[in-house]
Write a protein that binds this ligand. Structure first.
Ligand SMILES: Nc1ncnc2c1ncn2[C@@H]1O[C@H](COP(=O)(O)OP(=O)(O)OP(=O)(O)O)[C@@H](O)[C@H]1O
Length: 353
């Protein structure tokens, strides 16, 4: 069921078309991540949903309420929308308890109880309630910001790069914690992030913006394995893009014949494989019949995931492949390997330039 509907939203700043006819549906209780290159319009879209920015055209609907219809808008403070931003924006002169209770009725009998419940929910120690924000770590501050936003019982939570100031390990922890808290509270959320991995792991739906347009929206799996175009493929992760001939439920390319959903298409097109779809095995006899043989020219050791560079012997002008491999049993530089492909190739609509 659609909870938040963005309908044909456009916004210009002078000559800049920041958003151009954006259509997006967000299901109740779901988490949507908006990603895209810098300047693609992510923040503008989030600010229009929040009510901090006025669209030129289009509607924002939350449940059955129209929040914006072109320039006619419901003001931000009457939307029932919570926001957690990059810096948490806590009040520095207030304690953790006062920050979390901000916006709650002062004399409310259950105020302390509610503050405690929120602190527990975001897994902070109640011993921190009297501290000031500067006495907390970055991750703890973000938990307080989340608790404060939840305390207002928002209908929708907007997350504006809330994890970007945190270091990698903490960021992953916070991402999981926030997803869990939102799930438990049953709150629909929209996240803006620069981090593709974060978007793919946090959200049920990922929306890709480019130049103010919505390029594709779908589940993380759909976008990762079936991106609409080459730019989206590369934006969401490492990709191997190759020209191929389309056949019956398969494509033929420099890596041999690979299963693919051709859906009756014929001719040539670009295909995409993710590097983790390729498997290497060392070939004892270089004269072997294996379809795809190459030589290892470089190895970048990365622990659990290493990158092995293979130059193919049967390539027509191609092809250096960077293949992801586990750190266990890596081939040696100079060894001859065969390359096999797991799963299906994804076919793009057009042959690239
Ligand atoms: N207040 C403004 N005045 C003029 N131009 C603006 C304004 N806000 C945004 N823009 C322009 O609109 C476009 C979209 O900006 P926006 O901040 O939404 O992009 P973004 O995807 O969030 O970028 P980033 O990832 O760098 O934060 C950009 O070209 C930006 O320069």
């Amino acid at each position: 069921m659609t909870f938040l509907a963005i309908k044909n939203i456009s916004k210009r700043y002078g000559p800049v078309h920041a958003l151009d006819g954006i259509e997006l549906s967000v299901a109740a209780g779901s988490r949507t991540a908006i990603v895209g290159p810098s300047g693609s319009g992510k923040t503008t879209l989030l600010r229009i949903i929040a009510g901090f920015e006025i669209p030129d055209e289009g509607q924002v609907m939350l449940e059955d309420q129209t929040l914006a219809d072109g320039p006619a808008i419901v003001p931000a403070h009457r939307r029932g929308i919570g926001i957690v931003s990059q810096d948490g924006a806590l009040f520095p002169h207030l304690s953790v308890a006062e920050n979390v209770g901000f916006g709650m009725e002062r004399g409310a009998q259950d105020r302390d109880q509610r503050i405690n419940a929120l602190i527990d929910m975001v897994e902070l120690d109640r011993g921190m309630l009297d501290r000031r924000p500067h006495q907390l770590s970055g991750g703890q501050q973000q938990r307080v910001a989340l608790a404060r936003a939840l305390g207002r019982k928002p209908r929708l939570m907007l997350l504006d790069e809330p994890f970007s100031a945190l270091d990698t390990g903490l960021r992953e922890n916070m991402r999981k914690a926030v997803a869990r808290v939102l799930q438990i509270a049953g709150i629909t959320a929209v996240l803006v992030t620069h981090d593709q991995v974060e978007a793919l792991s946090f959200a049920n739906q990922v929306a890709v913006l480019r130049d103010g347009r919505l390029i594709q929206a779908g589940t993380p799996q759909t976008l990762y394995l079936n991106p609409k175009d080459r730019e989206t493929a590369i934006f969401l992760g490492d990709a191997i893009v190759l020209p191929a001939d389309l056949g019956n439920d398969a494509v033929s390319c420099v890596l041999g014949r690979i299963p693919a959903d051709t859906n009756g298409r014929q001719g040539r097109a670009d295909i995409m494989l993710r590097p983790e779809q390729l498997r290497l095995s060392v070939v004892a006899d270089a004269g072997t019949e294996a379809v795809c043989i190459g030589k290892v020219t470089d190895i970048e050791f990365g622990g659990a995931i290493c990158t092995v560079t293979v130059v193919l012997s049967n390539a027509n002008g191609l092809e250096t492949l960077n293949i992801k491999s586990s750190g266990v049993g890596l081939p040696e530089i100079g060894s001859v390997v065969s390359v096999t492909v797991l799963g299906k190739a994804h076919i793009f609509d057009k042959l690239g330039a």
